[in-house]
Design a binder for this molecule. Sequence first.
Ligand SMILES: NC(=O)c1ccc[n+]([C@@H]2O[C@H](COP(=O)([O-])OP(=O)(O)OC[C@H]3O[C@@H](n4cnc5c(N)ncnc54)[C@H](OP(=O)(O)O)[C@@H]3O)[C@@H](O)[C@H]2O)c1
Length: 287
Amino acid sequence: MRIGILGITGLLGNALKHELLKRGYEFIGVARSNADVCFDITSNKDLEDFVREYKFDVIINTCAIVNHSLCDNNPEAAYCTNARPNALLANLSKELSFKFVFISTDGYFCGDRDCKHDESSEVKLLNEYAKTKFAGECFTLTNPNSLVIRTNIVGFKGAEQPTFLEWVINSLKNKEKMTLFDDYYTSSITVTQFSKALFDLLPQNPTGILNLASSEVFSKAKFINCLSDVLELPLIEPKIGSVSQLVSKRADSLGLNVSKAESLLGYKLPDLEAVIKQIKEEYDEIC
Ligand SMILES: NC(=O)c1ccc[n+]([C@@H]2O[C@H](COP(=O)([O-])OP(=O)(O)OC[C@H]3O[C@@H](n4cnc5c(N)ncnc54)[C@H](OP(=O)(O)O)[C@@H]3O)[C@@H](O)[C@H]2O)c1
């Protein structure tokens, strides 16, 4: 099996790489720098040449502009990165018969708090990030054999720009006064847990849209409270805030129903306690 990972230097790409190394699969990673093969996936020619040259069995596209403000301020760039390459990849996957997997988002649902949304729940496209990711899903599904994964991920990246998880832990360590959103719900899973589940799923050749996330939906406030308890980094005078305070418009009820993935996997996906436990193990390794 030869697997192509587009976006291998990112939060998720790096975790996929570690899982592939563990399993002994052959893979080739792409990013604009520091990857096995370096190019910009917005170049049709470079992307097509790459796909044709390596004869992949599976290509997983994790590339995205994930910063919501950047997407809102540069909708064209967001479209060219988050959406358009998936049209080319879907066409090539039909012609060359590789499995195409597009990593999408959960940022499509609002107003129903900790509701678990399944793969057919109605989506609301509130910002350019959601619009371009959804367009990416539509392009991907022009090949009915492709797979769109909706998720919400957390993890350690160790890059200059901290991830959400790294920002929370740094704020706790520095005893900063934090504002916790109790009206912003997700079913976040660690990238390590996600990567294991994804490669457990692929042999079953799932197609269409599939939710792959924690089995529990929780508010960001609850997530940070649990993290603070388990890492023994106390919250200092926390304030409760609202996701509506953020500059860019966001969906607020991102919970995913993962029962379809669980029945394919034959095991339960991690709940909040298991997600926090995994974060603690990785945190202890880093420290
Ligand atoms: N992080 C989250 O909270 C979250 C939640 C839900 C869904 N997702 C989805 O999960 C996926 C992975 O997210 P992530 O957090 O791992 O993102 P990330 O850390 O920002 O990584 C993105 C990766 O894509 C590469 N990339 C970006 N633009 C590129 C381009 N034009 N050409 C080639 N490579 C490019 C980046 O490398 P270079 O910049 O060096 O090229 C990097 O390797 C994304 O599709 C995202 O929409 C993320």
